[in-house]
Design a protein around this ligand. Structure first.
Ligand SMILES: *Cc1c(COP(=O)(O)O)cnc(C)c1O
Length: 344
């Protein structure tokens, strides 16, 4: 990507369509997602820019990846798909399939927020709630996918290419410069992979001179990438997963974990982990400034708190963070967290 290839006449993320090839570009499956606001905050002296991706059409950044993935599926004549998700990807897949006229079956863990389940079903997808862990949900979906196309966003290169548009927007909205660092929640690591793709493209076309440091953020209660990063290991560690308020990034077996770790290391960034208490504090701090995100997304508040106090990144240079999902889908859980906040 470079400046000359931007198409300002296109809506949302499609201004970068030249980096998202389609068979029939005029038939993309889109609700005009992307081109979300970038808002500056001063966070303990840190020059922090928040990317409001929870303002995407279904309430999460997943719409960027799904718009491109479902466009490609329709290009290929796929008429029915299976997806598994902790919630937001399923909701997004259901909406884009509704728009594309593709039948959709979404598998979610039984613990998924009610708001996300209602959203999936409202779009007309078949919703399957699977008891047990996020990994049990994947196994159930894979079994069903023996006979139907498995549209899994976590495996799809198209999904990652759609996600990369948030990083092109950061670059453009910061006046065609890269931030010093980017703070990203990471379960499977789609934001990390998308961010790496985008900044590599900008580096190779000469638009930027250095890659921003990527900080991938995981909940302490499920941190296979953080453990691997700390130990210097190339692939995710086996972890005993515990319950966390960051339900959207509770992935014990990230399928592209090796790529995620390599991408973070290449930029000189780090994988960090935070307790549920720190994530909750991050939620409250963000909400008091006017950002109502889901607890998963609030992990960037915890990271901003830590990094701004220890002074290891930023200085005066911009640090960017993505606010990934809307708090409106999880208001029931959020209400209960206000009355009994996590202890550690
Ligand atoms: C999907 C999701 C993420 C990131 O998920 P990955 O598994 O790392 O791709 C972050 N925040 C929210 C709200 C999500 O729904």
């Amino acid at each position: 990507m470079d400046r000359s290839r931007i198409c300002p006449a296109e809506q949302g993320m499609w201004r970068y369509a030249s980096s998202l090839p389609l068979e029939k570009p005029e038939e993309k499956v889109s609700f005009g997602e992307g081109w979300t606001p970038l808002v500056r905050e001063e966070w303990n002296g840190m020059n922090l820019f928040l990317k409001l991706d929870y303002a995407c059409p279904t309430g999460s950044y997943k719409d960027r990846g799904m718009a491109y993935l479902v466009s490609r599926l329709r290009d290929q004549g796929i008429s029915e798909v299976i997806e598994d998700s902790s919630g937001n990807a399923g909701a997004s897949m259901a909406a884009y399939c509704a728009r594309a006229g593709i039948r959709c079956r979404v598998f979610v863990p039984a613990y998924t927020s009610e708001g996300k389940c209602v959203q999936v079903a409202s779009y007309g997808a078949d919703l399957e709630r699977v008891p047990g862990s996020r990994e049990d949900t994947t196994r159930a979906a894979e079994k069903a996918a023996e006979t139907v196309f498995y549209g899994s966003h976590n495996w799809s290169p198209w999904f990652a290419h759609g996600i990369k548009t948030f990083a092109f927007e950061l670059w453009e909205q910061l006046g065609f410069t890269a931030p010093e660092a980017v703070l990203l929640p990471a379960g499977q690591g789609s934001l990390v992979l998308g961010c790496a793709l985008a900044f590599e493209e900008l580096l190779s076309s000469g638009e930027i001179e250095t890659l921003p440091k990527i900080f991938a953020l995981q909940p302490k209660n499920c941190a296979p990438l953080e453990e691997a990063f700390r130990k210097g290991s190339p692939s995710p560690e086996r972890v005993e997963k515990r319950e966390t308020i960051a339900e959207g990034i509770s992935s014990a077996e990230p399928v592209r974990g090796r790529d995620v770790l390599a991408a973070v290391r290449k930029t000189g960034g780090a994988v960090l982990s935070f307790s549920d208490r720190e994530i909750w504090d991050g939620f409250v701090k963000l909400a008091r400034r006017g950002y109502f995100v889901e607890p998963t997304s609030a992990i960037v508040g915890a990271a901003a708190e830590m990094l701004s106090r220890d002074g290891s990144v930023g200085g005066k240079r911009p640090v960017a963070a993505v606010l990934t999902g809307s708090g409106l889908k999880g208001s029931g859980k959020i209400l209960s967290l206000f009355s009994s906040p996590p202890e550690d």
